[in-house]
Design a protein around this ligand. Structure first.
Ligand code: MG
Length: 340
């Protein structure tokens, strides 16, 4: 097999404020793995806070080249992924790009949609949430109007003006909302009061209310919260699941955190055994990585896969949404084509 890769930059439709300025773009790398004339595509997406960059992904893929080169058979998936994982710790987005490309390649060689390989039922896909960035009341109302076709909204809160922002949304729509705090509530008592206040406001769940290492407080909140709490930053890979069950009601699985579909599928199975609810999420990604995550969506409870909807220059056409419901297609592999 032969690996090639190319760095790209994705641009957001709506740049957003961060601590020191404005974020308007995100780095990604698109890769190809070729086997006897068939090509599988993969993607690494690197939000700055996770520590990977164009430089680290390209350096990792240069090393992974030797592993891919050595294997003649893409169906040796587990062995290939194991060797790639052993190259260096971390580098989860770079590893995910290889996993996605191999799944795409295998599906194309078998002439079979990847989701069928995971025993998914196409009719059981969840609805994706649609992110409403925090804005002034008028801007908020405009975003709600833009997301009209979506059944669920996602709102990011951070401890500043949270109640006011929710009240603005609720003055316009009663649609269910998922809330992502991104570790933004620093105090367990404050978090509990906020969750209690939110509990009669048609909220689906609260994602990562407290700082990720705060296990004692997570457990305290888990025992008292009237709404389900999902881990995002607190969980990355398969071994992390065991400590989730006493601290969270569910977990957010993202391919870029967990090294791809193979490990994500293992995590879904184990999470079910532990009675954890499941959300499949994404970074800012093209329809390549989004379509890859969607292959597992029939197996989970919720989806947050709006990443490609929020960028200006999607390089692929893949999974679609009908009124927000994920629509898997019958194309072989991950089910996308490169835009020309
Ligand atoms: Mg999150």
């Amino acid at each position: 097999m032969k690996l090639t890769f190319l760095p790209h930059t994705l641009y957001f439709k709506r740049p957003f404020k961060i601590a020191h300025g404005v974020r308007s773009s995100t780095p990604i790398v698109i890769i190809q793995i070729e086997h006897e004339g068939t090509i599988g595509y993969g993607e690494a997406s690197m939000p700055p806070y996770l520590g990977e960059s164009h430089e680290t992904v390209l350096a990792f893929l240069s090393k992974a080249n030797n592993v891919i080169d050595k294997f003649q058979n893409p169906f040796d998936l587990e062995s290939v992924l194991h060797e790639v994982d052993s190259i260096a710790p971390g580098n989860t987005a770079a590893k995910a790009s290889i996993d996605i490309a191999l799944h795409d390649l295998i599906g194309k060689l078998e002439n079979k949609s990847c989701w069928k390989g995971f025993n998914g039922d196409k009719s059981k896909t969840p609805f994706t949430t649609y992110t409403l960035g925090i804005d002034e009341p008028e801007g908020m109302k405009q975003k709600i109007a833009e997301g009209e076709e979506y059944r669920y909204f996602k709102v990011k809160l951070n401890g500043e003006n949270d109640k006011q922002n929710i009240e603005t949304i609720r003055s316009v729509t009663n649609k269910p909302i998922a809330i992502d705090v991104n570790q933004g509530w620093k105090d367990k008592q404050f978090a509990l009061e906020m969750i209690e206040w939110l509990s009669d406001k048609n909220v689906l769940f609260i994602e990562q209310p407290l700082p990720k290492e705060n296990w004692d407080d997570a457990h305290w909140l888990f025992e008292r919260s009237p709404l389900p709490i999902f881990a995002d930053e607190s969980i990355q890979r398969f071994p992390d699941i065991e400590k989730m069950k006493d601290c969270f009601h569910g977990i957010n699985i993202k391919l870029m955190k967990c090294t791809g579909l193979f490990e994500a599928n293992k995590m879904i199975k184990r999470a079910r055994e532990l009675n954890l609810k499941l959300l499949i999420g994404c970074m800012s990604e093209t329809s390549c990585a989004i379509s890859a995550a969607a292959q597992l969506s029939p197996l989970v409870d919720f989806a947050d896969l709006d990443g490609a909807l929020l960028i200006k220059n999607d390089l692929f056409e893949g999974v679609k949404f009908k009124n927000g419901k994920i629509e898997l297609n019958e194309m072989p592999g991950i089910g996308f084509v490169q835009k020309v």
